[in-house]
Write a protein that binds this ligand. Structure first.
Ligand code: SF4
Ligand code: ZN
Length: 313
């Protein structure tokens, strides 16, 4: 491999787009600068923030926790708390929970573990079973995504968080972008922004500090900082998710044509910015059942709960 473009030491990473090479130290510096720049550019954080980091315990979310924790040491007004939502998927979540607990103890980061069981009244396994018994048309990942966002927002509010940070990286974002295109869910594309502010509606502001970071960059950052991936166990419901096929397809494209990923991200940014200028007035409403923010009279979480027989109203 080439030598570091900055100091000449052996490089461990080459940016495929501009061919700049980085040694270990300069890669860490490059990565942290990139994240800081994204935070600044999209005005993600102010001077005083209680940042709730949504973590799964996997290496990406621990890497985000690590960067924000590191940055917070230079920002006296920032406090960082990790929140892990345990969906209740048998044999899957346990390892990642352990990983977070270990990291938090070693680095003195505060954390909370909350569960679907506690907030929704049933684990994801129970929800999937109920849904099947009732013949509902939803896939496990649909319940999982909707309820996870719901639980994270509620938990963050209870903890007095001012902002929720999630580890969605560039790869995640463009995969979701294409997933929405192939399923003709164009409306959802407009939610794929680096910041979602909706304070009036009761949603805590949500930010994606890794929005411009490639998956392989965050993986390398995690590796260099000794943030390990817990023993890999695939979620038993993953096979129903088209994401994994799309991920493979984009990675193949990127291998043949470096820069495709940034191209997709930039297209997404142009689309969402156009839409924002088109309708600056955003209608906000709250769910008439639970009072949580919702774009429909009854929010998705309450609709699912009703259909699953977890509530009567
Ligand atoms: Fe949830 Fe689907 Fe991810 Fe499993 S694969 S954790 S069900 S979103
Ligand atoms: Zn260097």
């Amino acid at each position: 491999m080439a030598n570091c473009s900055i100091c000449g030491r052996p490089a461990i990473y080459v940016n495929p787009v501009n061919n700049k090479a980085y040694c270990r130290n300069h890669f860490i510096e490059y990565f942290e600068k990139k994240v800081k720049k994204t935070i600044r550019k999209y005005r993600m954080l102010g001077k005083n923030e209680h940042i709730i980091v949504g973590v799964s315990g996997g290496k990406d979310s621990i890497a985000l926790l690590h960067v924000l924790h590191k940055l917070s040491r230079k920002m006296p007004g920032w406090r960082v708390t990790a929140v892990l939502v345990n969906e209740g998927i048998k044999g899957y979540r346990e390892k990642t929970v352990e990983n977070l607990v270990k990291y938090a103890a070693k680095n003195e980061v505060g954390y909370h573990i909350v569960s679907f069981k506690e907030y929704i009244g049933a684990s994801l396994d129970e929800i999937v079973e109920k849904g099947r018994a009732r013949g509902l048309p939803y896939l496990p990942c649909s319940y999982c995504g909707v309820f996870r966002r719901y639980v994270l927002n509620k938990a963050a509010r209870r903890l007095g968080g001012t902002v929720i940070a999630t580890a969605h990286n560039l790869d995640d974002v463009i995969q979701t972008f294409l997933m929405n295109i192939v399923s003709n869910s164009v409306d959802k594309i407009y939610k794929l922004t680096p910041v979602i502010s909706d304070e009036e509606g009761g949603f805590i502001k949500r930010i994606k500090p890794f929005y411009t970071v490639l998956e392989k960059e965050s993986a390398l950052y995690a590796l260099l900082n000794g943030l390990i991936e817990p023993e890999y166990v695939q979620c038993p419901y993953a096979e129903y998710n088209i994401r994994f096929t799309i991920r493979k397809m984009i990675n193949e494209l990127e291998d043949k044509h470096p820069g495709v990923k940034y191209g997709l991200l930039n297209s997404l940014i142009s689309l969402t910015q156009e839409k924002q200028t088109r309708d600056t007035v955003n209608k906000k409403q709250v769910c008439k059942i639970c009072g949580e923010p919702s774009s429909h009279p009854v929010c998705r979480a309450c609709l699912y709960r009703y259909e699953l027989g977890l509530t009567t109203s």
